[in-house]
Write a protein that binds this ligand. Structure first.
Ligand code: IVH
Length: 706
């Protein structure tokens, strides 16, 4: 069923709407968008085209711009990032992407082996060799290599049809664009897992929390969000990884055993998980399972079990699948990791943007081999919803193994005089008032730079790697300078050397500073006085403005003055400057609002001016290129020897080039195979660059442009 309202209001243009009509329409649009989100993202059964969906969202935000006061609390325009504004191309899988059946005990494993033997008509004495390997908690992807060149990569989607994420997959260093070696199969469809390492996940979340964004719940969600970015540059920053583990094309498999297959993958330059073991019996499998469970906490990625696969590929083929599950593989899952402990107290952390985050201080306990003593409680509503009280006993769980979570209170163990937790109404760090905006879950301190927590976090962010990259100023040093009054705001960094007219030695009175380390610090500070616009914008620590958004802003405005001017004109959240800002692909209304409000805050502007007396921002001159062909228009003519025209076109498109049929002055390249005639003549006449097949191949096989 298509759920599109077709009433009279829908037929009116946004500028014709009366206020009451606009209100009604926002409600209707919100319901529809939420409905279609679910159809598309959760059920994978879209009911309307991507274009129709984009139109609904655009109308919703246009009405919100005209009537900002009508914007609903849970407006769909608030959903940033999770849902791309226009979606990816659909890619049908050549064979379905399966899921796995589960085993929870060695008994289940016995039964699995018996099923295999029965299906293959083997005697119960015949050994079924299994290969065990960790079950990575990421998301599966399918990569198609044609003649050894990656032509398409897709998400799993509903198992039959996925989304085209080729550009994004290419940012993952583990994924070669070209396979190594000779005798490569014509077409190789590979399956594997995209995942994010635990330390990269923690760093990313740290950054998100600091810029006022919601942290990801687990590395899998972070990886998934990273893959489904419209801007591959954002994907690249997520530092994703890939392990290959299966072939999607079941015909003419180039290996006899799975083990051999893994060897082939490695020779072709792909990454496979180095941890795997051949198991000849259930007891072997059990031993490996225990071994992996012990290893689990030391791995750099999350796993949730061990996958066992029948080693014999001919058998795999015969076994096939029943429903969604292969008969030749099974996942032996780990038990859930939960423990009960005491919630000693609830403390409040203040972040860079003033967000007050409650943290559960727990009596230390081991949860699945990892000691847990703190857990984030997210916000005040969460505490109320779970009715968490200091002194309670709580069930703690390692969600996706990384951030410990408080699942619920053990009410039976509650002390009778316990009292509901009172969330502080003033900042615990600076006693300023706190403020909770309508529709937001987060309470914020209003102290700004007066609040030590906010100032220190800002300074930490300001000097961090992706920002001004000042070495030698860690949290400890910043706090010490703060205490002595020398470093109260980012601009003070540039005064450290000059204080009281003294020299570099002036800070060596501080504990831990010698003349050498001080000189090094000042060198690093002085080096940071020249900085690119994008780094500078990131350093400002504006809510929602991470490195990718900072880059988008730099590319749009090129210099700080133009940006400041534009943002000033956008201060009423409407008009052409506002439209320009909020329509940048990758920046929505929420992010735009944060930017506008940052640059329209007097305290921020004052600090910005101080910083600008010390720092020179480089104008962004050269726009980054995503691939040597991105944005180019190509024409093919004649016969290519190494590939069909269709394939050449698909490769060109996968590199963001446009392929057209006729030469015009807008053509960038003519790729001329053998037997080129009139097109070649025309190209030479109007001076279009002509590429030979060799040159074409060398362009498409060259590494991504920088
Ligand atoms: S083999 C025919 N091997 O687990 C199925 N899957 O719950 C091919 N997974 O969708 C899958 N690590 O995303 C296989 N070493 C591994 C895996 C693995 C993680 C995922 C995969 C699959 C899901 C099933």
């Amino acid at each position: 069923m298509k759920k599109m309202s077709s009433n009279a209001i829908r037929d009116k243009g946004v500028e014709e709407l009366q206020k009451n009509e606009a209100k009604q329409e926002l409600k209707a649009l919100s319901n529809e968008i939420i409905y279609h989100n679910k159809q598309y993202y959760t059920l994978s059964e879209p009911q309307i085209t991507d274009h129709e969906y984009d139109i609904l969202r655009k109308r919703n935000s246009d009405i919100e711009i005209r009537f900002p006061e009508l914007k609903m609390k849970n407006s769909p325009s608030e959903i940033v990032g999770a849902i791309p504004s226009s979606s990816f191309k659909r890619v049908p899988h050549s064979s379905p992407m399966l899921s796995l059946g589960n085993a929870f005990s060695s008994n289940d494993m016995e039964e699995f082996i018996e099923r295999v033997q029965k299906f293959l008509n083997l005697s119960t004495k015949e050994k079924v060799t299994l290969i065990g390997e960790p079950k990575i908690d990421g998301l599966s992807a399918s990569l198609t290599y044609r003649k050894g060149v990656l032509s398409v990569a897709a998400t799993r989607g509903d198992g039959e049809v996925g989304e085209d994420i080729t550009q994004n997959i290419l940012t993952i260093p583990d994924v070669p664009k070209k396979l190594l070696g000779e005798n490569l199969p014509e077409i190789l469809e590979l399956r594997g897992e995209v995942y994010m390492g635990i330390s990269d996940f923690q760093l990313l979340n740290h950054e998100r929390i600091n810029s006022g964004q919601k942290p990801f719940v687990n590395p899998r969600n972070a990886a998934s969000g990273g893959l489904r970015q419209l801007d591959p540059g954002v994907t690249a920053q997520r530092k994703l990884h890939f392990f290959a583990y299966a072939s999607g094309s079941d015909l003419a498999r180039p290996a006899k055993t799975y083990k051999e297959f893994l060897g082939l993958l490695v020779n072709w330059g792909l990454k496979v998980n180095p941890i795997s073991r051949q198991c000849q019996s259930v007891s072997d499998a059990e031993e490996f399972h225990n071994y992996i469970m012990n290893l689990r906490s030391s791995l750099e990625y999350e796993i949730d079990g061990v996958v066992y696969k029948v080693n014999n590929i001919r058998w795999q083929e015969r076994l096939g699948a029943s429903g969604r599950e292969p008969r030749w593989a099974i996942a032996w899952k780990f038990p859930a990791e939960q423990s009960v402990t005491k919630l000693k107290s609830i403390s409040i952390q203040v972040g860079r943007t003033g967000a007050l985050t409650p943290v559960a201080e727990l009596e230390s306990i081991s949860v699945g081999g990892v000691t847990v003593s703190r857990a984030s409680l997210h916000n005040e509503d969460e505490i109320a919803r779970k009715d968490l009280r200091e002194g309670d006993f709580v069930l703690v769980q390692r969600a996706g193994d990384v951030i410990p979570q408080v699942v619920h209170v053990i009410k039976e163990k509650r002390h009778e005089d316990s009292e509901p937790f009172k969330f502080p109404m003033t900042c615990p760090e600076c006693q300023s008032n706190t403020f909770r905006a309508e529709g937001e879950a987060v309470r914020r301190c209003t102290g700004g730079l007066k609040c030590p927590a906010q100032a220190i976090e800002w300074i930490k962010h300001f000097v961090s790697r992706g920002a001004l990259d000042i070495e030698g100023l860690g949290e400890k040093q910043i706090k010490a300078f703060w205490d002595s009054g020398r470093l109260k705001r980012p601009s003070d960094i540039f005064m450290l050397e000059k204080v009281d007219g003294e020299s570099a030695t002036s800070i060596s009175d501080h504990e831990g500073w010698g003349e050498k380390s001080a000189t090094k610090l000042f060198d690093s500070i002085n080096k940071s006085r020249k900085v690119s616009l994008e780094r500078f914008l990131y350093a400002l620590g504006i809510r929602h403005v991470g490195q990718a958004t900072a880059r988008l802003l730099a590319q749009q405005y090129l210099d700080l003055n133009s940006l400041k001017k534009a943002v000033y004109s956008a201060r009423y959240y409407k008009g052409p400057s506002w439209d320009e800002l909020s329509n940048i692909d990758g920046i929505g209304d929420v992010v735009a609002e944060a930017i506008v409000s940052f640059f329209n805050n007097d305290q921020n502007i004052k600090e910005l001016d101080f910083i600008l007396q010390e720092v020179k921002i480089q104008r962004l001159e050269v726009l980054e290129k995503k691939s040597p062909l991105s944005g180019k228009t190509l024409v093919f003519t004649g016969a290519l020897e190494k590939m069909s025209r269709a394939e050449a076109k698909s490769i060109a498109e996968s590199l963001s080039a446009k392929v057209v049929g006729t030469i015009s002055k807008n053509t960038d390249y003519l790729v001329a195979g053998t037997g080129s005639g009139s097109k070649l003549r025309k190209a030479s006449e109007i001076g279009i660059k002509v590429l030979s097949e060799e040159e074409w191949i060398s362009i498409i096989s060259s590494k991504e442009g920088s």
